[in-house]
Design a protein around this ligand. Sequence first.
Ligand code: GLA
Length: 401
Amino acid sequence: MKEIFPEDTRGRCDRLEQELEKRFGPGEPVRFFRAPGRVDLMGSHTDYNLGLILAGAVDREIVAAARLRPDGQLNFYSQNLDQEVRTRLPQLRPEPAHGWANYPKGVIHELNKLGFPLTGLDLAVHGTIPVGGNLSSSAALEAVTARAVLDLLKESLAAWETIHLCRRAETDFVGLPCGILDQFTVIMGRPDTALFLDCRSLEYERFPFPADQAALVVINSGVGRELVASEYAGRVAECQKAAEHFRRYRPRVQSLRDVTEADLEAIGPLMPETLFRRARHVVTENRRVREAAAALSRADMAALGRIMEAGFQSSRDDYQISIPELDRLHGIASSLPGVLGTRIAGAGWGGCLISLLQPEVLDNFMKKVVSLYRDKTGRQASAMAVRLGGGPEEIRAEASS
Ligand code: GLA
C-alpha cells in the first residue's frame, strides 16, 4: 500500500481536509472519524456457518474527513488510491466503476432505507490497513462511513444495528455473501481485547489479550486474492450442501454449526469427499475456537499458538484456502525462533498470515521473515506488528495529535 501520510493522525486529517476542500469546494466545517481493521485469531470461515470466532480490532485504521452537503451530491475521495467518485442521491446502485466507493455507498443506501435524512456528503479517506490483505479494510470503510454519517446527522444507532447494517451494505448492496465476523469485530473492538462471538446466538465475550506476553505480526504476502469473490461464494454454497447432507440423517442440523464430531464420523463417509472436508474443517474449527478462548482466558499463549497452527493446517488441507505463496511464507515463519503459531487471515487465497510470537523475538522475526521469503522466492512480503485496538470513533482536536 502507498504510505502517503507517515505523520501522525493530525497530519493525516489536515491533508484529507485540504483534499476535500480542493476537490469538492467550500461547505460546512469538516469533522474527522476513524474505524479499525481486524485480525481473526481463530475461526476461519465459521461465521456464515453460524459457528464461533475469536478476533480483535487492530491499531491500523481508516481515517475519514466528512461533512454534509445540501444538494443531493455524494462525493468520495481515497487518498491511498488518489481516486475520486461522484454520484447522487437518492437512487444508489453498486457500479463496478465505483470500486471501493461501493462500500460507503452501500452504507448510505442502507441508512436511507432506515429513513435517515441524508441530503448529501463529502467523504475523503486514508487508510493504514493494507488493501487486499484480508484485514477488513472494507468493513473499516463501512464502519467509518456509518459513524460519520450518523454523527453528522446527530443521530445514533445501537452497535448491533450498525453491525447488521454494515453487513447488509456488503451482502445486499456490494453482493459478497460474507458472514458477520468483520463488521462485528471492527465495530466492537477495544484496546488489547479479543472478542469471542457465537455467530448463531450473537452472544459474545471479551478476553484481555496480554500484549506483554505475546506479540501479533501480520505478514502480507502481497499476492493473490483475485479468487476471493468467486471461491468464497463457492465455499458458502458447499457448506450449505454439506449441511443438507447431514440434515437427511440428522434433521436437527440447520447449519454446519449443528454438526458434532460424532456426526462427522458416522455420516462423513456417506458424503462426497470435498463436502466432507469442508464440514470437517468447520466442525473442528469451532472446537478450536473454544479451545483458543480457553487458552486466552488462562493467558496460555503457547497453547493459543498451537491451536492457531492446527487451524492453519485445517484451512490449508480441508478448506483449501491457501495458495503456494502463503504455504511458503508459513513454512518460513514457523521455522523462526520464538514463533508460537501462524494462521491465514480472513478469507485466504492470498493476502496476509498472522503470527503469534514471544515478544522478545519481534524485531528479529520481522526482519527475517521478509528477507528469507525474498531469498527463497524472489518476492517481496511485508511484516507489520499490530496491537488489538478500539472501535470506530470521532477524532476530536484534543485526541488527534
Ligand atoms: C471474510 C468474510 C468474513 C469471514 C472470513 C473468513 O473476511 O468477510 O465474513 O467469512 O472471510 O473467516
